[in-house]
Design a protein around this ligand. Structure first.
Ligand code: ADP
Ligand code: MG
Length: 359
């Protein structure tokens, strides 16, 4: 099947006086697994429903495979959507649920037979065809919803938080299954989630949406390493923020001062004036807990902190620390035999300057 692109051009959507999508421009490439990430209420479902044809934008264009489909009804769009609630018919068997869209399209009987069989095979539910939805687990119901959508052979697959009703283990397993099915079928897919781990582990590229505004689009590593604003920085992974003041401006860098970190020089392209405020940010793994004489002060900011609490997570221990009046999260890699620092322990900290982002 031909792989198609999906383009949103300056799309605006309001419900009455409330604007929920504000000038969305976005291009999803043919065959891409694209994740749309954002907090609850940010407009993710509204955008998916708009692409599916259940919402009509007030401004902007929607193109699939380069063609404007804005005036087409949902059933004319060749787009399949899996809803968060699955929306299965409770009185119909798995087979009839999956066959439903084909029957509606007046597909010949023998073709229905072969297509439903193929779709159930794709999701590994061929043996469950006679069951009713309430005789299935959550994960199996989710697979029926998926089979019902792919059976009509859409060009675009829209998934609205399809895994959020499943328990953690199943969620992790199902996201890999979803991805391998998407690769098999070569289906351009938009996967909506509020879970950053789910987005990062599956997506070729992803977008972060907040309050109807597209914040950033890129690969998971691009968004993690180079977030455009503090919102993206803290929504994609954890981030520490420390308020600082500009002490001096140098060629290619800023001399900064923060009560908890002292004075330090950061190489940066951003322009600020003396006395301006700057947010210094860094990931939990950018800080080492160490002996002060073990680090090179040219490459790191060295300061001290106090342990508030710790969580042992296996690969690392996550410390909540106080440095001056600032709360920090620090991930310390674990090795066999390493004892965690106790509550109230004083520790020396080294923050790698190359890991610092300024906002
Ligand atoms: P998300 O899927 O990211 O949680 P939604 O797209 O469901 O966000 O909702 C975005 C905003 O639009 C929310 O403030 C929500 O309350 C509002 N909204 C959603 N659907 C409707 C509707 N049919 N009528 C009015 N407001 C709506
Ligand atoms: Mg939603």
């Amino acid at each position: 099947m031909k792989k198609v692109s999906v383009q949103c051009e300056n799309i605006k959507l309001s419900y009455g006086a409330t604007e929920v999508l504000k000038d969305i421009s976005l291009e999803i490439k043919p065959g891409e697994f694209f994740a749309l990430l954002g907090p609850s209420g940010s407009g993710k479902s509204s955008l998916l429903r708009l692409i599916a044809g259940f919402n009509q934008q007030q401004a902007g264009r929607l193109l699939v495979d380069g063609k404007d489909i804005g005036s087409k009804a949902p059933w004319e769009r060749n787009i399949g959507m899996v809803f968060q609630s699955y929306a299965l018919w409770p009185h119909l068997s798995v087979w009839d649920n999956v066959a439903f869209g084909l029957v509606e399209r007046k597909t010949p009987k023998d073709l229905i037979q072969s297509k439903v069989t193929a779709a159930l095979e794709q999701v590994g539910l061929l043996g469950f065809a006679h069951r009713k939805p309430n005789q299935l687990s959550g994960g199996q119901q989710q697979r029926v919803a998926l089979a019902r959508t792919i059976v009509i052979e859409p060009q675009v697959l829209l998934l609205d938080e399809p895994l959020s009703n499943l328990d953690k283990t199943l969620r992790v397993q199902m996201r890999q299954e979803l991805l391998s099915m998407q690769r098999r079928l070569g289906l351009t897919t938009i996967f909506v989630t509020h879970d950053q781990e789910e987005a990062m582990t599956t997506a070729d590229r992803m977008a972060v949406l907040d309050q109807g505004v597209l914040q950033q689009v890129g690969t998971p590593t691009e968004l993690y390493d180079d977030p455009v604003n503090p919102f993206v920085a803290s929504f994609v992974g954890s981030m520490n923020f420390v308020e600082s003041r500009v002490k001096g401006v140098r060629a290619g860098g800023l001399e900064l001062s923060a009560p908890s970190l002292g004075d330090f020089l950061v190489q940066t392209a951003i322009h600020r004036r003396v006395e301006d405020r700057v947010q210094v940010s860094f990931r939990p793994q950018a800080i080492q807990i160490c002996e002060p004489n073990q680090v090179n002060p040219e490459e790191s900011i060295i300061f001290s902190g106090t342990v508030l609490s710790s969580e042992f997570l296996g690969q690392f221990t996550r410390y909540h620390l106080k440095a001056g009046d600032v709360d920090l999260v620090v991930d310390h890699p674990h090795r066999i035999g390493l004892k965690p620092f106790a509550e109230n322990a004083s520790v020396s900290l080294a923050l790698k300057l190359s890991e610092v982002k300024l906002f």
